[in-house]
Ligand binder design. Structure first.
Ligand code: UD1
Ligand code: CA
Length: 476
């Protein structure tokens, strides 16, 4: 299937359809305290994926979300969507969620509404578009997508008569014990296209007269069929992209499908992905062609990897910009950083938020860098902590150097001018400045500013005295 392109606001394919995402439930089967739609796949919330698909089809101001359980958490993560939030204070079922939404939906003046459960992160735009077109073609008041599953448990079963006409959707808890109905393999995907004016009277008639004492959106099918109104059950086959996420197992199964698709996506675009089964790339990451990566590896958040960059195995990166031509070696951990052209990082480096390596800079093994700039060609190659600092061009920092940036209350800055050399095992007690072209002797504790072109040594001079032998020594 070709991807539906959305280039700008004008080009959304469905101007006369609004969207509704049902996302108010707790998701009891996830056994988590956070709302189900905020559970993450590749560190990206489930709801993000649903929005991405809906945005391809509908104007974003016509996309509503029913929130309820811990809605403030959903609000925090999706503030830009909050104008479309509809609050369902008590979660009395999917039908109740729709009842709570009718008034807000009517404001869009769209005759049609596409409703999706918020727990279908794999859903793609194409089948949603087909559902809308097919519902209209059949002049139905309601259309829904069905799915063919070998193991239908957990889903509402699609009940048809002998001629194949849809009668109802039967929720699993209401047919427990009826083997014949339980064996039906055609199930409801939880994706609906509604003719808003047509279904309104039926939405008001929904009851909670069932095993779960919930208002089911699926009861609409039953009510419409009884009233001889057209209902379109559109077969989506065995497409796994309709799968709902209700349990930790289903969450990781869906995550694995997305993970594989993203790895394929980057392979198709000229990225060399070694050991692809163990590479996790979030959908928000951008990678240039000509990048080479080796799993196991994770790339998350708003990261951008530029051309010619190489990322070795066991590397974890989030919200970072890398390259071009950078090399991040094994077991390095980077978050919120910038690594410039041809830089070398690791192995075993930790770059924390605000670390910035300009071109050709290096941060080697067991080096931690936080909120600090390493200017062009600067090298911190071994066993160091550099925090709240600026290290000028071609500064060389010896092994074991520490910027003592914290006095127990406040953080202070360290500034080292270009081409200075900091000897091994130096403590730079901030706030402190070292001028350009200076040299700090190994083992120094620097508490005062060092002028430029200066050799500073703070350690005690080495003395040689005559060794007096003790009795114990004499025994040897
Ligand atoms: C629902 C369908 C079932 C279908 C399945 C597909 C009903 C009654 N059943 O069952 O036929 O096979 O989806 O995955 O609809 N929600 C609210 N407010 C509520 C209750 C739920 O917003 O009061 C939201 C949830 O956050 C969730 C979605 O609706 O995103 C579906 O709810 P869920 O409880 O997962 O429904 P299922 O039991 O899976
Ligand atoms: Ca569900």
């Amino acid at each position: 299937m070709s991807e539906i392109q959305r280039n700008d606001r004008e080009s959304v394919p469905f101007q006369d359809v609004c969207g509704l995402i049902l996302a108010a439930g707790k998701g009891t089967r996830m056994q988590s305290d956070s709302p189900k739609v905020l559970q993450t796949l590749l560190e990206t919330p489930m709801l993000w994926y649903v929005y991405r698909t809906m945005d391809r089809l509908f104007e974003s101001e016509k996309i509503n979300t029913v929130v309820g359980y811990k809605q403030e958490l959903v609000h925090d993560l999706f503030q830009d969507r909050a104008a479309g939030f509809i609050v369902q204070n008590e979660q009395l079922g999917t039908g109740h969620a729709l009842q709570c939404s009718l008034e807000a939906l009517s404001r869009h003046a769209s005759p049609w509404c596409l409703v999706v459960n918020g727990d279908v992160p794999l859903i793609k735009p194409e089948p949603l578009a087909s559902l809308i077109l097919e519902t209209r073609r059949q002049q139905a008041l309601l259309g829904f997508l069905t799915l063919e599953l070998d193991q239908p448990s957990g889903y509402g079963r699609v009940h048809r008569d002998k001629e194949g006409r849809v009668l109802s959707i039967l929720e699993e808890k209401d047919i427990a014990g009826n083997d014949q109905l339980m064996m039906i393999q055609e199930v409801n995907s939880g994706i609906y296209c509604l003719n808003l004016a047509g279904i309104e009277p039926y939405v008001k008639k929904l009851t909670n007269n069932n095993q779960q004492a919930e208002y089911y959106i699926t009861q609409l099918v039953d009510l419409l069929v009884r009233d001889r109104k057209n209902v379109a059950a559109v077969k989506g086959g065995a497409d796994q992209h309709f799968l709902g996420v209700n349990s930790p197992r289903e969450l990781v199964q869906s995550e694995e499908i997305i993970r594989q698709e993203l790895v394929e996506h980057w392979l198709d675009r000229g990225v060399v992905v070694h050991n692809p089964d163990q590479v996790r790339i979030a959908p928000t990451v951008v990678i240039d062609p000509g990048v080479e990566i080796t799993g196991p590896l994770e790339l998350h958040g708003q990261s951008y990897v530029q051309r010619g960059t190489r990322l070795d195995s066991h590397v974890w990166i989030k919200d970072s910009r890398l390259g071009p031509g950078a090399w991040v070696r094994n077991f390095s951990h980077l978050e919120g950083v910038r690594v410039g052209q041809n830089c070398r990082v690791g192995p075993f480096a930790r770059l924390r938020p605000g670390a910035e390596l300009k071109a050709e800079a290096r941060a080697g093994n067991f080096v931690e860098i936080k909120k600090a700039v390493l200017d062009k060609g600067c090298k911190v190659n071994h066993l160091s902590y550099i925090g709240d600092a600026y290290l000028g061009e071609e500064v060389n920092v010896g092994a074991g150097t520490i910027t003592c940036n914290y006095d127990g209350r406040n953080k202070h800055l360290t500034h080292v001018g270009k081409q200075s050399f900091i000897g091994s095992n130096t403590a730079l007690v901030a706030p402190v400045k070292v001028g350009e072209n200076s040299l700090i002797g190994a083992g120094s504790v620097v508490t005062r500013d060092v002028p430029e072109e200066t050799l500073a040594v703070t350690r005690a001079r080495q003395k040689h005295l005559v060794r007096k032998k003790t009795r114990e020594d004499g025994k040897d």
